[in-house]
Design a protein around this ligand. Structure first.
Ligand SMILES: [Zn+2]
Length: 116
């Protein structure tokens, strides 16, 4: 059993600050910098299965768990300027790439859930 496996089993990750979901786990993936010859490296992150929110990349599972424990209680809300841009993107959705529309819809959902 590796140190990271032990850390994962010992940790009970707190609910997601973005959606409140309780299905938060750590996982590893290979990470590489674009346009370099640097070798890929294994990184760890905490990840919410419900909303796909997550923590920063860390070199170990224990590091990812520690970063998740230090996460903000709630994400900062986008500025009114960003919200207006998101509304415009959603309104004209066929002119934007799917990833941009997904982000715009997420921005609007953050504001909507905060206003409830
Ligand atoms: Zn979530």
């Amino acid at each position: 059993m590796t140190q990271d496996t032990k850390a994962m089993e010992a940790a009970r990750l707190e609910p997601c600050p973005f959606c409140g979901g309780g299905n938060v786990t750590t996982f590893s993936s290979l990470f590489g910098e674009a346009n370099t010859d640097a070798p890929l490296r294994t990184v760890w992150t905490a990840f919410c299965a419900a909303c796909e929110g997550g923590g920063p990349h860390k070199d170990t599972a224990a590091g990812a768990i520690a970063a998740w424990k230090r996460r903000p209680a709630a994400p900062a809300l986008p500025s009114e300027e960003v919200v207006e841009s998101a509304r415009g993107i959603v309104k004209l959705d066929r002119f934007y790439p799917a990833g941009v529309i997904k982000v715009a819809r997420f921005v609007l959902s953050m504001v909507a859930s905060h206003d409830q």
